[in-house]
Ligand binder design. Structure first.
Ligand SMILES: Nc1ncnc2c1ncn2[C@@H]1O[C@H](COP(=O)(O)OP(=O)(O)O)[C@@H](O)[C@H]1O
Ligand SMILES: [Mg+2]
Length: 236
C-alpha cells in the first residue's frame, strides 16, 4: 500500500478497494519519481474512476485512478473506438483503460494550450492520471452544488470556454453542471476522458448534447439562452 498521510479506517478501505496490485505499483512509482509525496485523502468514486488528493511538495494535487475492473468497459470502448487519435485500439480491457487515461491527459493538455480553463495535467502512468487541483487546498465544488452568484457572467464565461474548446477541435462529450467546477466564481471544465475530436463521427451528437445541457442549466439559473443561440456562439 503506498505511503500516505491518512490512516483512517474508511480511507484505508477505499484505498484498498481501488488499488489492485498493478495500480498500487503505479502510485508507488509516482512517489519514487518524486511526482507526489503520498496520498492524503479520497475525493470521489465515480463509475470508472476514483479520485484522490495527493501531496506534492507544498502543493495538493489530484490523482485520478481508472479502475482496471471498471464495469463500464463496453461504453468506454465504444466511445474511444471512433476517436481518430486512437486507431487500431482493440478490445483489450487493460489497453482500453490505459488509453482512456492517456486520452484525458491529451485532452486536458490540448484544452489548456488553447486557453480553456481546465486543470493542468501533470503526468499519466498507465491507468493513473495526475493533475492540478482546482481550488485552494480543498477541491472547488461542482457548479451544481455551488451555484454562481452572478449567473449571467458565469454562463458568458462558460460559453467563452466552450468556444475555445471547439476552436481547438475538441468536443467535451459530457459537459454538465457535474463536470464544471465553480472556482471563485469562474467555471473550470473537468472530466475530459470522453472528449473527442471534431472528426469523430459522434462529435456532432456529443456537441448537441453538451449544448442542450448548458442551455438547460443556464435557463435554470434564470439566464436566457436557446440551443440555436448557444450553437452559434460556440461555433462563431
Ligand atoms: N482537478 C480537480 N480539482 C478538483 N476537483 C476535482 C478535480 N478532478 C476531479 N475532481 C472532483 O472529483 C470528481 C470526479 O472527477 P471526474 O473527473 O468528474 O470523474 P468521474 O465523474 O468520471 O468520476 C469531480 O466531480 C470533482 O468533484
Ligand atoms: Mg465527472
Amino acid at each position: 500500500m503506498p505511503r500516505m498521510a491518512t490512516t483512517g479506517r474508511e480511507e484505508w478501505k477505499t484505498f484498498a478497494s481501488v488499488f489492485d496490485r498493478f495500480t498500487e505499483k503505479q502510485v508507488q512509482s509516482l512517489i519514487t519519481k518524486g511526482v507526489i509525496d503520498g496520498l492524503i485523502g479520497h475525493l470521489s468514486m465515480g463509475k470508472e474512476a476514483t479520485v484522490f488528493l495527493a501531496k506534492a511538495k507544498d502543493e495538493t494535487v489530484i490523482i485520478k485512478v481508472y479502475r482496471l475492473s471498471t464495469c463500464d468497459f463496453n461504453r468506454m470502448y465504444e466511445s474511444i473506438r471512433t476517436d481518430p487519435r486512437f486507431p487500431k485500439l482493440n478490445r483489450q480491457r487493460r489497453k482500453v483503460v490505459f488509453a482512456w487515461a492517456q486520452r484525458e491527459f491529451r485532452n486536458l493538455l490540448k484544452a489548456r494550450e488553447a486557453g480553456v480553463r481546465v486543470p493542468t495535467p501533470i503526468t499519466h502512468l498507465f491507468n493513473v492520471l495526475v493533475m492540478e487541483l482546482v481550488g485552494d487546498e480543498t477541491a472547488a465544488q461542482k457548479v451544481k452544488d455551488a451555484l454562481p452568484k452572478r449567473p449571467a457572467e458565469f454562463i458568458e464565461d462558460l460559453i467563452a470556454q466552450m468556444r475555445k474548446l471547439y476552436k481547438a477541435g475538441l468536443v467535451h462529450g459530457d459537459l454538465s453542471p457535474f463536470n464544471i467546477l465553480n472556482s471563485n466564481e469562474k467555471p473550470v471544465i473537468i472530466d475530459m476522458s470522453q472528449t473527442t475530436t471534431l472528426e469523430d463521427p459522434n462529435a456532432k451528437e456529443y456537441l448537441t448534447r453538451d449544448i442542450k445541457n448548458v442551455v438547460s442549466f443556464a435557463n435554470k439559473l434564470g439566464v436566457e439562452l436557446t440551443v440555436d443561440e448557444l450553437g452559434q456562439k460556440v461555433k462563431a
